[in-house]
Design a protein around this ligand. Structure first.
Ligand code: HEC
Length: 364
């Protein structure tokens, strides 16, 4: 649980919005008390969870809605267009990704910071407008819809500070988290930084921008060893294959699948057309690192993309000139940063650069 002077300011902001409305959503537990200070039980809107893969913090309700309603790339995400919206109406965006994570070099650069803040606030307002409908649909099992929805529901890579898993949005516990968070007007963490000490993990951090709530990140993910097989399952499979792989509804038979059997893919045909990071067996990802290796190491950038003719995706022993590494640091000279929706924590990218400079070996 988080409490502090910083949040008290945001509390005041919310209080004006909360009183008198949102009655159908029930009572709001902000942090063990209702907005008027009465003690109350149940999940609190300011309870923080962190993402298993990099320690990025979000409020529990924010994390559940973010990871099931679009995660920056599908359905209710602004970047999703056409069939990637799976029928979500244009403009009905619920993207709550952080506007800036302080530990990545200079944070995101594109679009500019103010635009990202505007996006976050706008999407929070969309969620507030649709709050009653959202909780009804979630309770009825209608959202997220269809097979694609089923897959994102079972994949919740979020932990609580005690390292237990955040309940799924299908469970009554998960739905109560979302209901309460909506009743509290959908507060969202907008910035994060690397904590100065372990004790500061998931505690509020100071920010020069009072509009945006800052919380230090949680424990970082275990760093992969600098070889493709380890990097593949720690980073590529969890962060890149959903755009750079075909749609896949199978449950993986590989027992080491880091997503509990889910095989991501199908979120972005443009990404798939320029770089396919999936392997050949759609039901078993065991050999996917080996299968995808030739598409990456010493492979020319796709003739179909904006990096055509500009060099190699990964040039073994030369991380500086490797297009993939440049994109992961956000210093690319062609196309966009990767992932497009927000850079990974820098220590993870550093391992990728180290791997390239070691000659980009497949295994150790
Ligand atoms: C939200 C979807 C999305 C995610 C997630 C994503 N990408 Fe991309 N990627 C794209 C799109 C769209 C393009 C084409 C535009 C461009 O080149 O910038 C692309 C292009 C690329 C290219 C250029 C390939 C070429 O030959 O031109 C590389 C390399 C790349 N991505 C690496 C990654 C890596 C590594 C990750 C994970 C850390 C990742 N991407 C995650 C959407 C995504």
């Amino acid at each position: 649980m988080i409490c502090g002077r910083l949040l008290a300011c945001s509390l005041l902001l919310f209080a004006t919005l909360i009183f008198g409305c949102r009655r159908d959503l029930g009572e709001c537990n902000l942090n063990g008390t209702t907005p008027d200070g009465t003690p109350i039980d149940g999940p609190a809107a300011f309870d923080v969870a962190y993402r298993l893969t990099d320690g990025m913090p979000m409020y529990e309700g924010q994390a559940l809605v973010q990871s099931t309603c679009g995660n920056g790339s599908f359905c209710h995400a602004p970047l999703a267009t056409g069939s990637n919206r799976f029928g979500a109406p244009a403009g009905m965006n619920f993207d709550l990704s952080l506007v800036c994570t302080g530990d990545v070099a200079g944070c995101q650069t594109n679009p500019p910071y103010d635009d990202r803040v505007q996006r976050l606030n706008g999407d929070q307002n969309n969620i507030r407008d649709w709050a009653e409908g959202m909780i009804q649909e979630i309770r009825a099992g209608a959202m997220p819809p269809g097979e694609a929805g089923q897959r994102v529901r079972s994949n919740v890579p979020w932990l609580r500070p005690d390292r237990s898993k955040l309940p799924s949005i299908d469970s009554s516990d998960g739905q109560e988290i979302v209901r309460n968070w909506l009743a509290c007007d959908a507060p969202a963490i907008g910035r994060s930084e690397t904590p100065p000490t372990e004790a500061d993990q998931l505690q509020p951090c100071a920010t020069s921008d009072d509009e945006v709530i800052c919380v230090y990140s949680g424990p970082p993910a275990d760093l992969p060893d600098p070889n493709w097989s380890d990097i593949y399952f720690t980073i590529m499979f969890t962060e890149c294959v959903r755009c750079h792989g075909p749609a896949n509804d199978n449950i993986d038979v590989n027992p080491d699948n880091p997503l509990g059997g889910e095989i991501p893919g199908g979120a972005n045909p443009t990404a798939l057309a320029v770089l396919n990071l999936a392997g050949s067996d759609p039901t078993d990802t065991t050999n996917w690192p080996e299968d995808s290796y030739p598409a990456v190491v010493n492979a020319s950038a796709s003739t179909a993309g904006s990096c055509a003719g500009q060099g190699l995706v990964v040039e073994a022993s030369n991380s500086e000139d490797s297009i993939m590494v440049q994109k992961m640091y956000g210093v690319q000279t062609c196309g966009d940063q990767m992932p497009t929706v927000g850079l990974l924590a820098q220590p993870l990218v550093d391992v990728v650069a180290e791997w390239v400079d070691l000659g980009a070996p497949l295994d150790q």
